[in-house]
Each structure stands twice: as structure tokens, then as C-alpha cells.
Design a protein around this ligand. Structure first.
Ligand SMILES: [Zn+2]
Ligand SMILES: [Zn+2]
Length: 263
């Protein structure tokens, strides 16, 4: 079996799902359908023998939410189709190292007559989520630092204003977590002159251990941060997020050199 050193692939799966329901209304039969285009689901992996690529893809496909309703035969045929197309273009990848790959899957799923809101929630409708996000950010922005009760009440209003009228408290709480995360985000930064920031090259992929924050390897063209004083290596974006939870090295607990940025 052939492998190509340092070749790596980014697979981008665009999933469209049509949700359909049939129900009676005033003696007429109505069909309601909702087309949901999911986000691009992206995953990546290094070049392995074909069988390993199949296994990696099978695991990744399982994680894609809009594909959850597909049968295992459907999923297997997606995986086999992908492997086939990837293998045919292997020469191209090994030259370009990093290529996007787009697959479009369309699936009609029959659902019993249910509340449209439940359908939207199930499908993670992006437009609705975006407008809820915008409303929450707008209405809660000036209240940060106020009591959780007041925040929860305002978040409820923001969700209702975006058009979702019935939702459990757990949904409001998940937005509260999001708000609090925004509030804490990007306040601490690594001192730029103290740490080493590098762009990952081929040989670095062997040299660097897996990033212990996200458990992923380092890929070509990514940015890695070598911390000071302990010289541990993390993805730059991972460690940048991490220090806002704890300004200590996640591997050895050394105090990292950071500064605080106030808006
Ligand atoms: Zn990472
Ligand atoms: Zn360390």
C-alpha cells in the first residue's frame, strides 16, 4: 500500500436535508417541507492506507448531525464514494497537500406532524440560530456583569423576538453559557515577545506531539505556539482560548506570560 509523506486532506461535506411532514388541516391534506442546509462539516486527516482512510471517514461521517437519520447502508455508500474519489485524485493531493473536497448529500426524511419549532430545533436551523444569536448579543450586551436572573429574562425575550415561542429553560441556559463565554473571551493574550509563534512545516508534523488541548495533530500551514517559559507546543488558537480559562500551561502548569486587554 502506498502512502505519501505529509499529504493531508480536508474533506468538506455539505449536507442538505429536506424534512417533510403530512397532516390534515380543515379537511385538506397538507404537506409541509423544510429544506435545511447544514454548515459545511469539515474534517481532516493525514494520508493513510486506504483501509485506514475508510475507517477515519466512517467515524467522521457518524459525527455529522444532519446525517444521523441516514441508514448505515447510506453512510457506507457515502464513505465508499468519498474514498473512491479521494484515491483517484491522490496525485493532486500529494502535490497540493491541502485541498478542500466537497460532497453534497440530499435526503428526504419523513417526520410525523410535529410543531415547526421542534423541527427547527431538531434541524439546527441556521437562519433561526443566527437571528437568535444576533438578538441575544444585541439585547444582552449592555447587561453583562448583571445578575443571571436578569440575563435569563432578557435572553428569553431575545429568543421570543427572533420567532421561537416555546422552548425549555435548558435552551435559555445554553444561551446564557454562550453569553458568559463571549464576556470572558479574548481578555487575556500571550505576551507576543515572550512566546514563539511558528507556522507548521512538514518535518514539524513529526516533531510536535499532539496538541493536548484539542487532541489533534499539527498540520501543514497551521500556527503553533511554543510557550514561555516551558517550551510546550500547542495550536496557537487552542492556547489563545485556553489562557482565558487558566493562564497556566495545560501540560506543566507553568505560569504563562500574559497581558490583559480591556475593551
Ligand atoms: Zn489544539
Ligand atoms: Zn508547559
Amino acid at each position: 500500500m502506498e502512502t505519501v509523506t505529509y499529504a493531508q486532506f480536508m474533506v468538506m461535506v455539505q449536507v442538505d436535508v429536506v424534512y417533510k411532514s403530512e397532516h390534515e388541516w380543515n379537511g385538506k391534506k397538507l404537506t409541509r417541507s423544510l429544506l435545511v442546509s447544514g454548515d459545511n462539516d469539515c474534517f481532516r486527516f493525514s494520508c493513510f492506507p486506504t483501509q485506514v482512510i475508510k475507517d477515519v471517514l466512517a467515524v467522521e461521517i457518524e459525527r455529522i448531525l444532519p446525517l444521523a437519520k441516514l441508514t448505515s447502508e447510506d453512510k457506507t455508500s457515502i464513505v465508499l464514494g468519498l474514498v473512491d474519489r479521494l484515491m483517484k485524485q491522490r496525485r493532486t493531493w500529494s502535490e497540493q497537500k491541502w485541498i478542500p473536497y466537497k460532497v453534497r448529500v440530499e435526503k428526504t426524511v419523513m417526520v410525523p406532524p410535529v410543531d415547526m419549532e421542534a423541527m427547527l430545533e431538531e434541524a439546527k436551523d441556521q437562519n433561526l440560530l443566527e437571528s437568535i444569536g444576533t438578538n441575544v448579543a444585541k439585547m444582552v450586551g449592555s447587561l453583562l456583569g448583571k445578575s443571571d436572573d436578569l440575563l435569563m429574562e432578557t435572553i428569553r425575550d431575545a429568543i421570543r423576538e427572533a420567532g421561537l415561542t416555546q422552548f425549555p429553560d435548558s435552551y435559555t441556559e445554553s444561551w446564557l453559557t454562550w453569553v458568559q463565554r463571549q464576556d470572558n473571551c479574548s481578555r487575556l493574550f500571550l505576551q507576543p515577545n515572550r512566546h514563539k509563534f511558528v507556522k507548521v512545516l512538514g518535518p514539524d508534523m513529526d516533531l510536535f506531539d499532539t496538541c493536548c488541548i484539542c487532541q489533534e495533530d499539527f498540520y501543514l500551514g497551521e500556527y503553533a505556539t511554543v510557550t514561555s517559559p516551558c517550551s510546550h507546543v500547542f495550536h496557537s488558537s487552542c492556547i489563545a482560548d485556553w489562557i482565558n480559562k487558566s493562564p497556566k500551561c495545560p501540560l506543566c502548569c507553568a505560569q504563562l506570560e500574559v497581558y490583559t486587554w480591556y475593551d
